[in-house]
Design a protein around this ligand. Sequence first.
Ligand code: GTP
Ligand code: MG
Length: 304
Amino acid sequence: MSIQWYPGHMHAARKQIAETLAKVDLVIEVLDARLPGSSTNPMIEQLRRARQRPALKILNKADLADPALNTRWLEWFRAQPSTAAILMGEDNKQGQARKLPSYCRELAPHRTGAEKPLRALIMGIPNVGKSTLLNVLMSRRIANVADTPGVTKSQQRVETGEGFILYDTPGLLWPKIERPESGYRLALAGSVGRNAYNEEDVAWFAVETLQQRYPRLLAERYKLDEQTLSLPADQLFEVIGRKRGAMLGGGRIDRQKTAELILTDFRSGILGRITLETPDDFLLPPEPLAPTDHSGDPEEDQSE
Ligand SMILES: Nc1nc2c(ncn2[C@@H]2O[C@H](COP(=O)(O)OP(=O)(O)OP(=O)(O)O)[C@@H](O)[C@H]2O)c(=O)[nH]1
Ligand SMILES: [Mg+2]
């Protein structure tokens, strides 16, 4: 499924992000730990590489992702040039947020002292938890948070008071998501606007993926026997609808309701801890950053 969801505010955000990148020391890219490859925005990667900024990759929602794959993805990101990576989830958000300045300082060790505050741009696709992180960092609600993509519509600058300046930005996708499985995974995770995909298609994709990767979790949640578990995804979708009582009159399945049930079960974590892709089936080209060129150094902003 190729997705095109690039509302006007994202177009504006991309321009603003490109400008802000000139005056920050590093990029904090928040990823969805359930789809670390597909939630890496190639446009962000391109922008930060052009500006030669190091990146801290936060694999967020790690509490919803498969623990074994969390470790594999972490190692994979750490092997990339100019890149650090950490796991973050409901269970360790406070602790990791407290350590964030020190993770960042390791990537930009020259920025110390009151006259040289560390400046970081928080970026990522929609609905991955950028604003949630900002609120935890500031210990108060300064950014709106909601379980729908596209909540933050404009950039916001905050200072933690310890020589750390952060910019929260709107979630950014890219104009056309070409890889079909990435489109499905992004929609399944809730990072794409609802009007840009068909919920039934995405729920089928979820059923198929779970049959292949997490059959036990699927069987447990919907009380399926071995035979039912190996039915084609479209038939299994109907079994799930019937079992969960998503019915219309005359014994017909309510397909829309079934799809919504499956998507909600995945997104809420009720199905279990699931990662939709491994580093092996989503390889990004390991492009090294260009050699140091001082024209890319952050501009000194007198206001900071
Ligand atoms: N399970 C889990 N949910 C999280 C975590 N972090 C954030 N969320 C939830 O994810 C949803 C999106 O969070 P936001 O902080 O609004 O995401 P955002 O990246 O700012 O989204 P946009 O502004 O739309 O780009 C909310 O329902 C959060 O409660 C996490 O670590 N684990
Ligand atoms: Mg936000």
